[in-house]
Design a protein around this ligand. Sequence first.
Ligand SMILES: [Zn+2]
Length: 65
Amino acid sequence: MAVPKRRTSKARQGKRRSHLHLKVRQNTYCIRCGEAVRPHIICSNCGWHNTQGREAVVLEEAEES
Ligand SMILES: [Zn+2]
């Protein structure tokens, strides 16, 4: 079985783990209502899709009964 010849120094370990951090989430804003939305994802407030430029989810406000 392969065994490491030398132990990993703290500096080398830190360099390897320097890429593990989280990135800041990118926000865009909905054209129609101005709500902060994640890119390529439907607006949770009004159902608008920014990149397609159309309403992707039609919210039911007035129900016919
Ligand atoms: Zn919206």
